[in-house]
Each structure stands twice: as C-alpha cells, then as structure tokens.
Design a binder for this molecule. Structure first.
Ligand SMILES: [Zn+2]
Length: 136
C-alpha cells in the first residue's frame, strides 16, 4: 500500500435497500465488486482504488437530509480513463432514473477537464472525471 492513498470512504445513507442498487450499478460500472453486505454497511472494493462503503443512518439523528453546503461531505470524484467512459456513465445514470446534476462537459478546473455530476438517492454528489493533465 502507498502512504496517503485512500483505503476506504464510508458514506451514510438513509436506507441500504434504497441505495444498494444505485451503488451496485455505479461502482460496478467502474469495476468495483461488492465484498461485504450486512445490516450495518455494504462495501465495494476495487484493487488499487480502495473501498467505498455505505452505512445506514441512525434513525435518531436530528439531521434527516444531507446538505453539501453545511460542514461535512461535499462531493466525491472518481477518475475515468476517457471521455467515452464519462459519457457512458452519464447514459447509465439516466437509464437508472437517478439525478443528473450537470451533464458531461468540459469544465475549466484544469486543461481538458471533462466530467459528469450526479447524485445518489440521498442527494450525495458524485462525479466521474477524465483529467488528461494532472497537477504537478
Ligand atoms: Zn469535483
């Protein structure tokens, strides 16, 4: 393992039943495999990328909805090898009836930055980006 690379990211969701098909499709598209599934959390794993987990929200929590403009999670971006992969995931998100936040386009974050933004069933913002030029 390389120091500082991500081992896992755990996201809290309202319902595992509601979110599992979404993450199975999205993460499956990227090559992740589901490696754990119990009443508390579900985990997907991709070699060299690490694990993504979803865990069920505490029903007693006073916060019932995610707000990415409050302190906490804003969004998570995954790497793509090509623009075609970004476009193909966009098609999948649409076929699933999931929420597209911003369709595939070139954004001015860095040269050639091409991304799609979408939301999970709880409104957590996700992104798939092809970034041909990496920061130095
Ligand atoms: Zn981003």
């Amino acid at each position: 393992m390389t120091l500082g690379t991500m081992n896992h990211l755990c996201l809290t969701v309202k319902s595992l039943e509601q979110s599992e098909p979404f993450y199975d499709a999205i993460l499956g598209f990227m090559g992740y495999q589901q490696v754990e599934n119990n009443d508390i959390y579900i985990m997907w794993w991709l070699q060299d990328a690490g694990a993504i987990e979803i865990t069920v929200a505490n029903p007693d929590s006073p916060n019932k909805f995610h707000d990415r403009y409050s302190p906490g999670f804003h969004h998570l971006a995954f790497n793509a090898d090509s623009r075609e992969q970004v476009d193909n995931l966009y098609k999948l998100v649409q076929e699933m009836g999931a929420t597209v936040l911003d369709p595939p386009a070139e954004y001015q974050y860095s040269p050639g930055y091409y991304a799609v933004f979408f939301a999970d069933p709880d409104g957590l913002k996700l992104e798939l980006v092809h970034m041909p030029v990496l920061p130095e």
